[in-house]
Design a protein around this ligand. Structure first.
Ligand SMILES: [Zn+2]
Length: 404
């Protein structure tokens, strides 16, 4: 049987990934499975989260799709809420033109972080806490420059070969109310935090030790999310959405964009590793019915099953939630790291992780496995295809601009 993975990643520590090696390993795996007619994960919605992994996602997609001569990787471009503090709405170019000295860069950087960071506990001292992590925080990137760069790369792929790059996704984007910034500035930063700085460092190994006291102001998160909705709309891409304790806000933002007629070209939404309430499902489904947008709820073994969300989170019970969702609105995913699935240790099995979600859905919906997989595959195609009608137009646009 063939399964797809609607939402997966590269390791946050993507700096150490050799894309050529990874590409070869996945290629071998796919070819062998095809020749021997074995179970296989045949399509991957590979998310990017920041300026580092987006390059690799596009590169891996380009290489592997060419090698396989079909689209295996659906490259997904976006800024994840865990990295949105690395992006600014202020252009630093003017600074750079007038004076290229380090002080100006440092000022631009600190001004940005002071504007968008919020202490999780207001009794703490802001400057003390910022001083602790400021050397780990990179100079922010002007978001418009970044999105333009992504658009140029997407256009170049479309011009090169539309059939191998038919599908793309805008993701992972979203909001996260609980997230705190790691002490070393961002998840996956190769620069390790110097823990000697922390008094009473007890080395207890708990996650708290690794996190700073800063959250990203929700206003900034929302602004980044909204800008990416516009971006997805412009590029006519479906979106893959992360939400932690933000389901209501995200629905409101999308609903208001839609009612202002600003989302003409986003035709489908994937709410990945869904953890919202039954009531919110009803609201999303009524939005699905009253708008021209298809809403999909996606589930993963890691977040929704093995995490035992049903025990940890009172308002989320996988069984109740899946019962509420029609089979036509379900997707499956791993939300796991592709390089880990295919590295030499192979400590996890990609296909098996997806099958666990399928079996859970079968159990709850009282469906046979093959029928369930057929439904889920149709959903995946609908999720990707709904934006295709507009692709021809996008290609025409791409061709009318010189690609550099
Ligand atoms: Zn994810």
């Amino acid at each position: 049987m063939k399964l797809y993975d609607a939402h997966c990643h590269l390791s946050p520590n993507c700096f150490s990934i050799d894309i050529n090696v990874l590409c070869d390993v996945i290629f071998e795996d796919l070819k062998n499975s095809e020749v021997n007619n074995e179970d296989v994960v045949s399509e991957l919605g590979l998310m990017s989260t920041n300026q580092f992994d987006s390059k690799l996602v596009i590169e891996l997609g380009d290489k592997l799709n060419k090698n396989m001569n079909r689209q295996v990787i659906i490259p997904s471009i976006g800024i994840h809420p865990w990295y949105c503090h690395l992006f600014s709405f202020d252009d630093d170019e003017e600074n750079r033109e007038s004076n290229i000295n380090g002080d100006d860069n440092q000022n631009y950087k600190l001004l940005h972080y002071k504007k968008i960071l919020k202490l999780s506990n207001t009794s703490l001292d802001f400057d003390d806490n910022l001083r602790m992590i400021q050397d780990y925080l990179p100079k922010p990137i002007y978001i418009e420059r970044y999105l333009n760069e992504l658009k140029r790369k997407v256009d170049a792929l479309l011009v090169e070969d539309l059939s191998l790059n038919k599908y793309m996704i805008c993701g992972e984007i979203g909001l996260d109310k609980l997230f705190r910034i790691p002490l070393n500035g961002f998840l996956g930063n190769p620069k390790e935090f110097d823990y000697k700085q922390i008094k009473n460092n007890d080395k207890d190994g708990s996650n708290n030790r690794l996190l700073s006291n800063f959250k990203v102001d929700m206003k900034h998160q929302i602004r980044i999310f909204n800008r990416q909705l516009e971006f997805a709309n412009e590029l006519k891409l479906p979106i893959s959405v992360h939400s932690v304790k933000s389901h209501g806000v995200i629905l409101e933002l999308i609903r208001s964009f839609y009612s202002e007629n600003k989302l003409k070209s986003i035709k489908s939404i994937c709410l990945h590793s869904y953890t919202g309430s039954k009531d919110q499902i009803k609201q999303w489904l009524s939005f699905d019915q009253n708008s021209k947008i298809d809403v999909f709820f996606s589930f993963s073994n890691i977040i929704n099953i093995s995490n035992n969300m049903s025990i940890k989170n009172g308002n989320f019970l996988m069984e109740n939630v899946i019962q509420e969702i029609p089979i036509d609105n379900l997707l499956i995913e791993t939300d796991f790291l592709v390089d880990r699935y295919y590295d030499c240790n192979k400590d996890r099995d990609h296909y098996r992780d997806l099958l666990k979600v399928v079996d859970q859905i079968c159990k709850i919906k009282c469906l046979k496995r093959d029928l369930c997989i057929e439904h889920l595959s149709q959903n995946w195609n609908r999720y990707l295809e709904s934006n295709l009608a507009a692709k021809g137009e996008l290609l025409a646009q791409a061709r009318s601009f010189p690609i550099d």
